[in-house]
Ligand binder design. Structure first.
Ligand SMILES: Nc1ncnc2c1ncn2[C@@H]1O[C@H](COP(=O)(O)OP(=O)(O)OP(=O)(O)O)[C@@H](O)[C@H]1O
Length: 242
């Protein structure tokens, strides 16, 4: 097995395929090379996690994968097509750490936004929004504005918004970071369901509970990605179930 085989994983080209990503940032003491040639593939139907110490570049990588930032070198393809800054949410949705909820819209309106922008019929918008808010244990909070919600509640609203257009690729940055133990299972359940329904899901996380539901776990260290070795020859999820 070559290094490329190891880091690329088993995902098909239907999902996300990033190759040779490099990103540096200028600093007074000289450029900092955060990503030094990252290869990631997440196939349709796969949930892959990325671990890595704080500052290792996970958020930087997710921004490149979702078109929010541009790599100095390398390519990102979704279902075989290059990612651009205006990639539609139904092709790639990002749940960023900063959430990016529209403060002037209610929770329900935020979730509905990607569907409204695509002129999805009202009945479908209402059904999807209601279903996602319930799945994420946000029933009864649909009419609240973001400042009237806890950060953990806002985080789940942002996840619901990312999922609403049924994106081909979902990229989530620390989706359980601000949740209590009681609400984590709901988030894990919708992430897993999105992958099981054919989505490609990539999650940056420090949370072992998220790694436990992953098909594969990657580690970002020294600006490159490696799959975390396991002792059983199976996936992380398979080994947790042993
Ligand atoms: N816009 C920027 N300008 C300069 N440096 C940046 C910029 N964005 C990120 N960095 C630097 O890139 C490195 C990686 O940051 P990043 O936020 O991607 O790490 P992370 O792995 O997501 O960390 P955490 O787990 O704490 O969220 C850090 O050293 C950070 O200071």
């Amino acid at each position: 097995m070559t290094a490329t085989d190891l880091t690329a994983g088993s995902g098909s080209a239907d999902g996300l395929r990033a190759t040779g990503l490099r990103r540096s940032f200028p600093h007074p003491g000289g450029d900092v090379d955060v990503l030094r040639g990252v290869d990631v593939t997440v196939g349709a139907g796969e949930l892959v996690t990325i671990a890595g110490r704080s500052g290792s570049g996970k958020s930087t990588l997710l921004a490149l994968l979702s078109g929010f930032d541009t790599a100095d070198a390398g390519s990102v393809l979704i279902a075989g097509e290059p990612v651009t800054a205006d990639v539609p949410w139904q092709r790639c949705a990002l749940l960023p750490q900063a959430l990016g909820l529209v403060q002037e819209l209610t929770a329900g309106e935020n979730v509905a936004l990607p569907l409204r922008l695509r002129h999805v019929p009202d009945s479908e918008v209402i059904a999807t929004t209601t279903e996602l808010l319930a799945a994420l244990r946000l029933d009864g909070l649909s009419d609240r504005y973001p400042p009237e919600l806890s950060f953990g509640q806002q985080q789940r609203v942002a996840l619901a918004r990312a999922l609403a257009p049924h994106p081909t690729v979902l990229v989530a940055d620390e989706p359980t970071a601000h949740l209590d133990a009681g609400t984590v299972p709901a988030v894990l359940s919708v992430l897993r369901a999105h992958a099981d329904g054919g989505g490609a899901v990539l999650v940056a996380t420090h949370d072992d509970a998220v790694h436990a539901i992953a098909d594969r776990r990657l580690d970002l260290t020294g600006g490159v990605i490696a799959r975390v070795p396991d002792t059983h020859g199976g996936t992380v999820a398979e080994n947790v179930l042993r």
